[in-house]
Write a new protein. Sequence first.
Length: 464
Amino acid sequence: MPPEKCAYALARYSRSPDSIRESVEWVRTHDSAKFLESFYFQYGHASIADLGHVVMCFEGISELAATEVEDEQLWDGQARSSRYQDFSKSGFITPPEFESAQAAIYQEAAGRLLAGYNEIHAKIFDHLAERLPKPEAMKPDAYKRNLAARAFDVARYLLCFGIPTGVGQVTSIRTLERQIRRLKASEYQELRDLAGEIAEACAEQPACQWDAINSGEALAPTLARHVDVDEHLEQSRVDLKLWATQNLSAYKHECSGPVDLLKPADSMADIVATLLYPVTDRPYRWLYEQVCEWNFARKNEVIDAALRSRTRRDELLRNFRGAPYAYDIVMDIGAYRDLHRHRRCQQFRQAYSTKLGFETPDAIADAGLTANYDALVSHACNIVTTLPEPGSHYLLPFASRARFLFKMDFSEAEYIARLRSGVKGHFSYRRIAWYMKEKMAELEPELGRLMQATPPWTEDPLQR
């Protein structure tokens, strides 16, 4: 059934003694658009829109855009894998914000990274083949696929955020509406344009039909009429950033470990620190400890700044959501792409930049490629600082570090540590998962002993 008709049928089923077959027949002869206009959009019965689901694919969008598309908690989907696909011939997306001269500088630097990616992959493949001879029991094709995947794990550090990819998603109508409104408020022009394309697609027939039964039916036409920009999200970022700029004390950047773990005891301080986290470059611990020392009036200044633009239609910002444990993680944006897919937690990121440096895989040094690799990444990062934001973010290599806040309960922490530390995973997020376990063992020894994780020095490179 078309998504909106399915939502209508299931909503009527919950409000009628009729069987589902009778409810479906009812929908055949009644206007689902009129029902949704009244009960969902006018009266605010939001759960109705959870009953219709839409399958949508985004083709040829940048990796940066794909990461933002996926930033919904109630989201199911898959993106193209940087482990199993060769991106050397894919080209790159040029940010629409750039003027022609800026675009030329970006394209030269992005092309240089892509050429380096291709070269590094070939050399790492040869290095691994020399270090890891084929086991007798393994078929030659399987052996080559495994080595190629591990070589891509290293080479992907030279992919930039502008590399094109594809994402397939399945979402409810309600999540899709929230996604469109959020993307319309994005700082990136590509995402604002993409939001418009999603709305247009909802007003049209599905692009790929399994059969001709539903031909002529628009995908989600009622939704398409009700997806304005999320002005509250957009304005709250501006107001919070202004408050932080005017009021936060100076912060001295210090080198710290890649993972920090706190268990916030002060809920209000936690909310205020989380509101400020994405609009600053401060660690969560620093923000939380600062806020704990403030009086209620000062804390409420931040909350008032966040809520000033809120209307009756707007939910509270996700920054008001909490969880027992707050992991503040500094990691490369390639690893973030993978860990970002964990939905059973609250996630926040700070602005992408070159301030935190970049990661270098151990295999680069082992293969004698450090000078070549450093030159490629450093050149790209230097160009990033000369280009205007936010378009410059597209040139950031996957190796670039950024800061991310993940809030979760113990069950999710245990799950991530156990799953992501396994030998089949990428070495970057394996290390993060191991640190997550170690930090929990320090903070909660009795709970930490329940977390099973594979140390990053335990390897089996021919598994994938």
